[in-house]
Design a protein around this ligand. Structure first.
Ligand code: UT7
Length: 339
């Protein structure tokens, strides 16, 4: 591991990558098995299609592909730690990160999963940044990867139309707080009193110990969409405001917002609450849907590739999901290669 540096240290973004499984699932295809329509999905969510994994793939394989691209973008073969945000690990035990690290050729590095559902990537970023700033590691691979298609209730048209699978990853390195790519202070929070709004009732120790009745359906993901929508707007609005304040910016300094892609109407409501133009908000939801922990890094990767996110722009990252959990941070976008 790289020894700690003297002076003020920051975690600096130095590589980015993403990957989507090849199978595209259109709204029309969903409408053949759910009571829904392309028109409803587009108008209520902004989603036109999403990608699903197929047999032989898993969250781990998505993470390996995205991680390899982020390492290449950073011109590195290995890093000091791998942190993976996911709600859909390959197995309940062990964590998926060590398997991903090994498949990327790293068999002696710390590697662990972070569970904060759709806010997971920002949480993982904060943990990796903390390890860098404390001098524990010199660089880190942070991956957000999820395969929510494996959790969906085939009869639930609410959640069933918004989720897609994918992975996004970034490399962080030790650097100076005022250089492009340096992550600003984080704003993180949870409200477990509303945990039941997003949950998988079965599959954990509470159910196995006999406390939770089990039906086959209890193994599916459930979400009370309308209530979650309201929390998403409220929590991300306040979190963005706090992260911007902690960075000593004003809202007028913000050039781009990379918000969790759950529903385009949430993005518009968030922009309205923050008094920002809708165009300030990066979006790829029409092509990928809600990819949970992968959402923010996948969005950043796509926005660099299509030129909507450019070096020097001041960016806020914000995310929200089950827990309830939310998190935001800031950075000035660096020069990065998308591979
Ligand atoms: O990623 C983590 C955080 N997740 C989120 O932030 C997701 C937040 N929630 C949402 O994006 C939205 O709540 C959904 C997309 C999940 C649902 O959209 P909605 O506009 O909130 O719909 P709703 O649940 O309030 O339902 C309104 C109507 C209902 O019909 P009635 O009772 O008014 O007749 C639903 O049955 O829309 C119906 N509906 C649908 N109709 C066609 C719900 N889903 C569908 C569907 N197709 N897929």
């Amino acid at each position: 591991m790289t020894p700690a540096r003297h002076g003020r240290t920051a975690a600096v973004l130095s590589g980015i990558g993403a990957w989507l499984p090849p199978r595209v699932v259109t709204n029309d295809e969903l409408a053949t098995r759910l009571d829904t329509s392309d028109a409803w999905i587009r108008s209520r969510t902004g989603i036109g299609q999403r990608h699903f994994i197929e047999a032989g793939m898993s969250t781990g394989s998505l993470a390996v592909e995205a991680g390899a691209r982020a390492l290449k973008s950073a011109n590195l073969d290995s890093v000091d730690v791998v942190v993976l945000a996911t709600t859909t690990p390959d197995q309940p035990c062990p964590a998926t990160a060590p398997l991903v690290a090994a498949r990327l050729g790293m068999t002696a590095v710390p590697a662990f999963d972070v569970g904060a559902v759709c806010a997971g990537f920002v949480y993982a970023l904060s943990v990796a940044a903390g390890l860098i700033v404390s001098g524990t590691v010199g660089n880190a691979l942070v991956i957000g990867a999820d395969a929510f298609s494996t959790l969906l209730d085939p009869t639930d048209r609410g959640s069933g139309v918004i989720f897609g699978d994918g992975a996004g990853a970034v490399v962080l390195r030790s650097g100076e707080p005022d250089e492009p790519g340096a992550l600003g202070p984080f704003d993180l929070g949870t409200d477990g009193e509303h945990a039941e709004l997003i949950e998988i009732p079965a599959g954990g120790s509470a159910q196995r110990a006999g406390g939770v009745p089990t039906r086959a359906d209890d193994h599916y993901f459930t979400m009370q969409g309308r209530a979650v929508f309201k929390h998403a707007v409220l929590r991300m609005t306040a979190s963005v405001q706090r992260a911007v304040r902690r960075a000593r910016w004003t809202m007028a300094d913000v050039d781009r917002v990379a918000a969790h892609q759950a529903n385009s109407r949430i993005l518009h409501a968030l922009a309205d609450q923050l008094g920002m133009a809708h165009e300030t908000f990066l979006s790829n939801i029409d092509r990928v849907g809600n990819t949970a922990a992968a959402s923010v890094p996948l969005l950043l990767n796509d926005a660099v590739a299509d030129g909507t996110l450019r070096p020097g722009q001041r960016v806020v990252l914000t995310s929200f999901g089950g827990g309830l959990a939310w998190g935001s941070t800031t950075l000035r976008w660096p020069e990065l290669d998308v591979v």
